[in-house]
Design a protein around this ligand. Structure first.
Ligand SMILES: Nc1ncnc2c1ncn2[C@@H]1O[C@H](COP(=O)(O)OP(=O)(O)OP(=O)(O)O)[C@@H](O)[C@H]1O
Ligand SMILES: [Mg+2]
Length: 224
């Protein structure tokens, strides 16, 4: 299965979410590959270079945008799961990620800008999805609230707005799990780790819940 982590909003947590799903799945025995489609930054590739050999191996590869579809498909034959770390633009690369993926995850931070980007992105995603459906494929979108701050009003407001928007579209869902704002998300990446391999128990529980939800999506995809 191929899962793209994509949004037009910069800094929403695409790379953080990709790495944490990858390490969450790898530590449950899945063979995982990350495609770093963020040419220019290559953050996932940099993370792989910080990672020590004693941790579960996660292959991170760079793929040219033009070859994304074909190469992701090839990789999905060799790995249980391929994750594509996307680029923050409303562009062809973003469209190619949707085209290549069985599911996309759209990370959304609790801000008005993130919410607006999410709203603007839905018609673009749906346009690509309809092309995919026309050729006999499909893709589902899952919004993932990331960087929520305790009981802040803005977190609750954005969560509610995202849920309302998703309710209006059959092909957009909201993930049950959300991720809180925690320093460990940045510090673990600096050490080549995922949060599940680090020391913050609350963060570990959060990422394990996210991983379990991803496994449900993987199993649903196998059945369909
Ligand atoms: N849940 C979180 N808690 C705390 N910090 C976070 C969280 N998620 C992401 N961050 C931090 O926010 C910043 C942006 O995250 P990240 O690089 O994953 O976003 P991105 O969407 O991949 O960015 P870009 O659009 O540049 O590719 C990073 O410094 C990261 O450590
Ligand atoms: Mg990134």
């Amino acid at each position: 299965m191929i899962i793209g982590i994509t949004t037009t909003k910069g800094g929403a947590g695409k790379t953080t979410v990709t790495i944490n799903i990858a390490t969450g799945l790898a530590n449950k025995g899945y063979d995982v590959c990350i495609v770093d489609a963020d040419e220019g930054q290559f953050s996932a590739l940099k993370w792989a270079s910080y990672r020590e050999d004693e941790y579960k191996h996660i292959q991170v590869v760079r793929v040219q945008a033009e070859k994304l579809n074909r190469e992701a498909l090839e990789l999905s034959k060799r790995y249980d799961i391929v994750l594509i770390d996307g680029r923050p633009t409303l562009s062809e690369v973003g469209d190619r990620i949707v085209m290549a993926s069985d599911a996309i995850i759209i990370p959304i931070m609790p801000s008005a800008f993130d919410l607006e980007s999410f709203q603007e992105y839905i018609p673009r995603y749906q346009q690509v999805r309809s092309l995919k459906v026309d050729i006999g494929g499909d893709v589902k979108a899952y919004a993932l609230l990331n960087g929520l701050v305790g009981s802040s009003n803005i977190s609750a407001e954005v969560m509610e707005a995202v849920t309302q928007i998703a309710d209006m579209h059959d092909d957009v869902h909201v993930m049950k799990t959300s991720l809180k704002r925690r320093v460990i998300y940045s510090s673990s990446i600096t050490n080549g780790l995922g949060v599940v391999e680090d020391t913050d128990k609350k963060a570990i529980a959060e990422v394990e819940a996210l991983t379990d939800e991803i496994i449900e999506i993987i199993n649903q995809n196998k059945r369909s």
